[in-house]
Design a protein around this ligand. Structure first.
Ligand code: URA
Ligand code: CA
Length: 433
């Protein structure tokens, strides 16, 4: 096989075979296929797309380029949830204990990464003593015992994806549905899940800004999962405004605790119940989605979801007393209110810009080496559709510095108030199976 012939084949709109894709991915990973040829192929894929079979083949070739996590020591059907990323998305913190409480094993591998806030592990580290650096034997043991554990990314997972994503990033070829879907799914599959629930975000704060694009991506990922033997479904959910109220690390832990108590924001609660129902259903712990939802609602009501969170934190060294005394979480030195300059209805809270404001406070990493301040961030006091009086607080700003003029300016520029009544945005647009 010669790479140049395969580039030509894709350039001309023909489908690559399983063997050809395997040859390309292993050659690119081991360095025998140079970046310039892979760049040309990426551009050809960008324009010509890939068939359903090619996408599944690309995904599995990337899975096979490195280690795979073996979760076979865990009893039951392991269901993983993946979000395509949004602002203030606290669902992972809620969903872990929530579905664990009804017996679904959650073996979560998580990262830190760049973003408006830290990743799941950063957030959890706002609980004193909590750590995710555990051995894989202990990880498996904890999931069997408590149905929930979180481990930091370890091993050499999907090196082909790492290399290809970096190359796409500098060759204007990130935005290809075929390659995004394969990239995301390869990481989920290598992490060992039997079944996968995807939360594909749509709107200003999402990777995919339009519903049509989000739907295409969701469909592509669901097809890949199902074609390679992992039961997969996707929910398309709103990310025009941040999810819930809190955007920040400790602030989101507090929000997750509230939600597990049944006192959380309406949208975060609803999305957690929706995604959770699908996880419970795919794990075969309920025969219908309705039954699954009932189990979860009950776990919130009877306190078992909250209890599961305490048990999980303690098992990984965390001080579980924060669940009853959230004031023990890291607190910022200052707090300021963003007062509405006019009365009316909140019509827009531009998610990605609000996320950037949280990052300016120090809640997220701008570069790989930035240090996160776990205590800082934003708490929205109003969401789209809410009525607001002049002078009422729109946002509480938690900061460790006194001068927040730049943050306030950014928030004012991205929270719009209209005189006319505004409808609440749809939260869940579609479910794709
Ligand atoms: N996220 C990923 O993990 N991969 C992509 O290609 C795009 C977004
Ligand atoms: Ca939130």
């Amino acid at each position: 096989m010669r790479m140049v012939d395969l580039i030509e084949k894709k350039r001309d709109g023909l489908a690559l075979t399983t063997d050809e894709i395997q040859y390309i991915i292993s050659g690119f990973t081991n360095g025998s296929i140079p970046d310039y040829q892979m760049s040309a192929l990426s551009m050809a894929i960008y324009f010509q797309g890939m068939t359903e079979q090619e996408r599944a083949d690309l995904t599995m070739a990337m899975v096979n380029s490195g280690d795979q996590i073996d979760l076979s020591g865990i009893e039951g059907i392991k269901v993983d949830k993946h979000s395509t990323g949004g602002v203030g998305d606290t669902t992972t913190l809620v969903l872990g204990p929530l579905v664990a409480a009804v017996g679904v094993p959650v073996a979560k591998m998580s990262g830190r990464g760049l973003g408006h806030t830290g990743g799941t592990i950063d957030k959890l580290e706002s609980v004193a003593g909590f750590h995710a650096e555990i051995e894989s034997e202990q990880f498996i043991e904890l999931v069997n015992k408590n149905k929930l554990a979180v481990i930091g990314q370890s091993g050499n997972l999907t090196p082909a994806d790492k290399k290809l994503y970096a190359l796409r990033d500098v060759t204007a070829t990130v935005n290809s549905i075929a390659m995004i879907a394969s990239s995301i799914m390869s990481k989920k599959i290598a992490a060992g899940a039997d079944a996968i629930v995807l939360d594909v975000k749509t709107g200003a704060g999402a990777f995919m800004k339009t519903l049509a694009d989000s739907e295409d991506l969701a469909r592509a990922m669901v097809d890949i999962g199902n074609n390679v033997g992992r039961n997969t479904m996707a929910v398309i959910s709103d990310m025009s405004q941040p999810l819930g109220f809190a955007i920040g690390n400790a602030l989101e832990v507090k929000e997750a605790i509230d939600t597990l108590k049944g006192e959380g924001p309406e949208d975060l609660t609803e999305l957690s119940l929706t995604l959770g129902s699908h996880m419970v259903y795919l794990a075969k712990k309920a025969d219908t989605l309705k039954e699954a939802r009932g189990l979860l609602e009950n776990a919130i009501k009877d306190g078992s979801a909250l209890h599961a969170f305490k048990v999980f934190l303690e098992a990984q060294g965390g001080d579980a007393s924060v669940v009853d005394e959230p004031a023990k979480l890291p607190q910022a030195q200052y707090s300021f209110e963003l007062e509405a300059k006019a009365e009316g209805y909140v019509s827009e809270i531009v998610a990605d810009e609000i996320g950037t404001a949280a990052m300016l406070l120090g809640a997220g990493r701008a570069t790989k080496d930035s240090v996160i301040d776990l205590s800082v961030g934003l708490v929205l006091r109003k969401k789209i559709g809410d009525q607001v009086k002049k002078g009422e607080s729109l946002v509480t700003i938690h900061s460790h510095f006194e001068n927040v003029a730049e943050v306030k300016e950014k928030l004012y520029a991205n929270i719009k108030i209209s005189i006319d009544k505004v409808e609440k945005p749809t939260l869940v647009y579609k479910e794709i199976t």
